[in-house]
Design a protein. Structure first.
Ligand code: BJW
Ligand code: ZN
Length: 247
């Protein structure tokens, strides 16, 4: 059976109402209910590849067509879907916190742009965005239509074009990770939503928040790698649990 009542505590509701600073980390699970496959759950066209095999510069240089094909496919998926009630609830939470003078920051590992499409404003993209790409030789940004066509080479120098995302072994955008770390360190309530929390440095953010005294909550149907450090777990889907929590 299903438990009766919401899968979160009165304590969490009270703390969220009182919180001056709320910070959130999201991962692929928040977009799952929109129809975007996650990386490590067992379904989807590209699940025969592990992200570690495709999301690195060696894989790209080895087989640019394969890696670009993966991104072209994912761009199409993202274009064809809509933000879900989980994204919308986080946008509402931001409104709610900022309207009463509080601080809010949403750090996402996702490259799909769905948080902004749902109305979130204070968003940092820790792993970049698939909507942009640039030349690995001359750094020139590819124009939007070239990115959409999945153009493999740079129009100005003929170099290989890659998506503006962060692959394994690459640094995260400095301003993005710094803002996410500051928000985690100052948060009263920290939500980790839809992430397996295996990829660092993003997975270190809830730990940082906990060490700095935040009430740290995970929203995920399955325990993540950081389940041990949480103050509370909400074992449910983001698109169901978050709207209940925010309303
Ligand atoms: C639901 C749901 C529903 C399902 N509702 N939930 C410290 C220790 C060990 C290793 C390292 C370390 N520090 C750095 C490293 C190396 C490496 C790393 O972390 N490796 C680990 C795998 C061991 N990190 C890096 O290389 C990073 N760079 C770096 O550290 O630079 C400094 C440096 C440079 C050089 C040398 C050394 C250090 C960069 C990491 C970049 C990650 N990039 C990717 C691809 C991005 C582009 C793209 O999208 O293609 O980012 S990999 C992939 O994983 C993607 C994701 O953002 C990321 C995280 O995945 P996520 O979002 O958690 O998805 P899943 O699928 O894993 O989980 C989904 C979850 O949702 C599950 O839990 C489900 O249960 C849940 N769920 N339905 C709510 N409805
Ligand atoms: Zn170029």
């Amino acid at each position: 059976h299903q438990p009766v009542g919401p899968p979160f505590s009165e304590t969490l509701v009270r703390r969220l109402r009182r919180a001056e600073r709320v910070a959130v980390l999201t991962g692929a699970g928040i977009s799952a209910e929109s129809g975007v496959p996650t990386f490590r759950d067992p379904d989807g066209l590209w699940q025969k590849f592990r992200p570690e095999e495709l999301a690195n510069v060696e894989a790209f240089l080895d087989n640019p067509e394969l890696v670009q094909g993966w991104y072209a496919h994912r761009r199409q998926v993202v274009e064809d879907v809509e933000p879900n009630p989980g994204h919308v609830a986080l946008a509402e939470l931001e409104q709610w916190v900022t309207a009463r003078g509080g601080e809010f920051l949403l750090a996402t590992q996702n490259v799909d742009g769905l948080h902004r499409r749902a109305g979130s404003e204070r968003v940092v993209e820790l792993h970049g965005s698939i909507t942009r790409s640039h030349c690995i030789e001359c750094s020139a940004p590819a124009d939007a239509s070239a990115t959409e066509r999945g153009a493999l080479t740079c129009e100005s120098c003929g170099g290989l074009v890659r998506p503006d995302v962060v692959w394994f072994g690459e640094m995260l955008p400095e301003a993005a990770i710094a803002a996410a770390q500051e928000a985690a360190a100052l948060a009263d309530v920290y939500l980790s939503v839809g992430t397996s929390a295996v990829v660092y440095p993003a997975a270190g953010l809830p730990q940082l928040a906990r060490q700095a005294g935040a009430y740290v909550v995970e929203v995920n149907p399955i325990p993540s790698d950081i389940a041990g450090l949480l103050n509370e777990v909400v074992r449910g889907r983001a698109g169901e649990a978050l709207p209940d929590l925010v309303r």
